[in-house]
Design a protein around this ligand. Sequence first.
Ligand code: ZN
Length: 247
Amino acid sequence: MKKINVTIWNEFRHEKTEDAVKALYPDGIHAFIKGFLDANEDMNVRTACLDDPDQGLPDALLEDTDVLLWWGHMAHREVSDALVEKIRKRVFTGKMGFIPLHSAHKSKPFAAILGTNGNLSWGRDQKEIIWNMLPAHEIAAGIPDHFLLELEELYSEPFFIPQPDELIFGGWFEDGHIMRSGATFYRGAGKVFYFQPGHESCRAYYHPCVQRIITNAIRWARPNDFGFAIEDACPHVTWKTTDEFDA
Ligand code: ZN
């Protein structure tokens, strides 16, 4: 079976400027995520950063990406609209899955693909329990009924996303706030999974359940082999007789 070409995009700014973040993710969040994904023999994992040439995603790499992970926060506005449109189109035409992580809820690709401002409520870092609300889902495979993150940034409802197609994880914070923490969306012929944990100064990506969820989500979001082309436009109908379908 063909390997899944995974690209982890990270704006890679906090890790350079804040000691606490540098201590947790010395080579960047992207390198840390690649570190645990590399154990999967069915994945070919590359990384890309905002300050790389072509903002990390030259056409050749984007067109060779089956699943794109996105971590951004302080530099959302620096991402070029032209690149965002290429990402949106690739998702809508079913060529690439998209996994926005944590603060990517306010990123340009998130807004372009989901059609929302992505606003949410937020507050101090605290304990979060992630509840497994849809254990039969492929992304929840191997995840217990709940797990604890000792410290995570409070992200809370109301979270202005479209109604998810599937709500897989719910977050409960010790202040009493709740959050739709893991949700899927189908856009065009593509698949999107948003996952809330992953604040840059917390340790979420060290947690084995978080690692398993991201791993599962990549396998879920990989493009289907449609066997026919899907355009980013309304195509003409071409009539087929049943004989042609049967052939
Ligand atoms: Zn954060």
